[in-house]
Ligand binder design. Structure first.
Ligand code: G3I
Length: 302
């Protein structure tokens, strides 16, 4: 096949990108989006800061724009993200009472998942809850007020709201098998599976330096998959976008049958949160970079 999405679909996988609602009217942008990608993650529009800026007052307008674009172009959606310490409004960070925070968190999950019910293939239920260089959770209002159980609480609530959606844990710096953080997340997933806490997938953000993925990346993906979850590359970008680094990344996924899809974190270099690194597959004018061809070829290797 001659596009990323169609080539990924040959092996039953998807190829997605992060999308910003305010760029959909840019025709260079939307032309590439609709030609190449069959999965969309809203880059910011489903985050708490946007969707519930003050308590009980919900704003789904920007995310609805993206969902409606996806519906009319045959693209599926990943929901990003329900519970995250960042881009969190200050009214949430200020809560100190556990019963209040638990009901605020559960209500946020319930309202947002209900609004998008039936339109989201997979949700990043909890994002980036583990500390770098450690097997433990990071400090956050959720961790500090609710304790370790907040992740389980969020997944159980999510399952009860939309039993058809895949529920994912998503994080960065969990690609190298020997890292403490990887081991911490692995232990959590193993524990969840053994106790029947609902979890269906783990997202590996995959924000890589110029060398690309660690050599253990495929091992990490297959070890997680062996726990009984799907794995996905959810926010891929690679400094300087070397074709070899991209191909190594894609091959690690292709070699793991439960690696069900890859999402790059933006379309053109100019769309990237790290645009100074030119980390994406299209240049700022929307031309395919050489890494694009490396990815297309590697997608054929499954
Ligand atoms: O929308 C406002 C705009 O009104 C304002 O004028 C401007 C001035 O700063 O800010 C705009 O908001 C920015 C927003 O992106 C939309 O462009 C925020 O400042 C900026 O902080 C925000 O950055 C996002 C970042 O998450 C926030 O943590 C990036 O776009 C987004 O790519 C990035 O994505 C995260 C994933 O969600 C989780 N994993 C890491 C990844 C990269 O940081």
């Amino acid at each position: 096949a001659s596009t990323l999405g169609a080539q990924a679909a040959v092996t039953g996988r998807y190829f997605g990108t992060a999308v910003a609602a305010n760029k959909l009217s840019d025709t260079t942008y939307s032309t590439i989006l609709d030609r190449e990608f069959n999965m969309i993650t809203p880059e910011n529009e489903m985050k708490w800061q946007t969707t519930e800026p003050s308590r009980g007052s919900f704003n789904f307008g920007p995310a609805d724009q993206i969902v409606s674009h996806a519906n009319s172009h045959g693209q599926r959606m990943r929901g990003h993200t329900l519970v995250w310490h960042s881009q969190l409004p200050s009214w949430v960070s200020a809560i100190t009472d556990a019963n209040t925070l638990r009901s605020v968190m559960d209500n946020h999950i319930t309202q947002e998942m209900t609004h998008f019910k039936g339109k989201i293939y997979a949700w990043d239920v909890v994002n980036e809850a583990f500390a770098d260089g450690s097997t433990q959770h990071r400090s956050s209002v959720f961790q500090n007020v609710l304790g370790n159980g907040f992740i389980e609480e969020a997944f159980r609530t999510a399952r009860s709201v939309d039993p058809a959606a895949k529920l994912c844990y998503n994080d960065y710096n969990i690609e190298n098998w020997s890292d403490a953080k990887t081991q911490g997340v692995y232990s959590m997933v193993r524990d969840f599976k053994s106790r029947g806490v609902p979890i269906d997938c783990v997202g590996f953000q995959s924000h890589f330096g110029s060398g690309g993925p660690p050599s253990s990346f495929q091992t990490t993906l297959s070890n997680f998959a062996a726990l009984g979850v799907d794995v996905q590359l959810t926010e891929l970008d690679i400094a300087q976008a070397s074709g070899t680094a991209y191909a190594n990344t894609v091959r690690a996924c292709m070699n793991v049958s439960r690696c069900t899809g890859i999402t790059v974190w933006g379309i053109r270099d100019s769309d990237s949160w790290r645009s100074g690194d030119s980390p994406l597959l299209f240049d700022s004018s929307g031309n395919k970079k050489s890494a694009y061809n490396s990815v297309l070829q590697a997608l054929g290797s499954g």
